[in-house]
Design a protein around this ligand. Sequence first.
Ligand SMILES: C[S@@+](CC[C@H](N)C(=O)[O-])C[C@H]1O[C@@H](n2cnc3c(N)ncnc32)[C@H](O)[C@@H]1O
Length: 216
Amino acid sequence: MTEPRPTDAILAAFEAAKGFMPLDEGLALYAAATDAAGRLGLPVLEVGTYCGRSTILLAAAAREAKTVAVTVDHHRGSEEQQPGWEYHDTGLVDPEVGLMDTLPAFRRTLHAAGLEGHTVAVVGRSPQVAALWGKPLALIFIDGGHTDEHATKDYEGWAPHLAPDGLLVIHDVFADPADGGQAPYRVYRRALDSGAFAEIAATRSLHVLRRTGSGI
Ligand SMILES: C[S@@+](CC[C@H](N)C(=O)[O-])C[C@H]1O[C@@H](n2cnc3c(N)ncnc32)[C@H](O)[C@@H]1O
């Protein structure tokens, strides 16, 4: 079976957007979101919006399934995106407050992609938003803070909201510490070890798990 593929316009918007996701992982994310939203008819949710690069693909898949993509971020950047760190982008600092602010770039990205009407952006800390959430989700994409504290809270806060047969997608999963930080990998292992998830696909560091049981 051929994998679903975004339109050329969506791919162009994805390639033009600031962010950290390579194309092959993006296509895998799009395929997972198309599958989950199409089967379940429920919203998809992302933790870690940044400038909207991955959001474009989730929103495009949501549009196809006549649902929405929800994306959560405080827009102040993760640890590694702060001044002096590897992934800092000086163009994303709000000069008035002197802090990172990725919200304006995100809004321009979604507008350019024509996907504003299919996206609900929530500005806030992931655990606080998760605690208020009350609707089942077709897919949860975890790509927020990459410390153990943040990744664990993202998993514990959001996984209970995943519908039966929904998909949990985790980014930056590296089994070998030489390849990257271990927090997403530990969350991935925890999900599998819970017995409530089964892995169905992996593209480089992007792993797709299906909810097969209850609990987390
Ligand atoms: C790796 S970036 C996301 C990249 C994006 N998914 C993409 O593909 O371009 C991580 C984002 O998570 C956000 N973040 C980190 N910890 C967070 C938290 N506790 N709550 C909400 N957002 C958080 C940061 O502000 C940052 O924008």
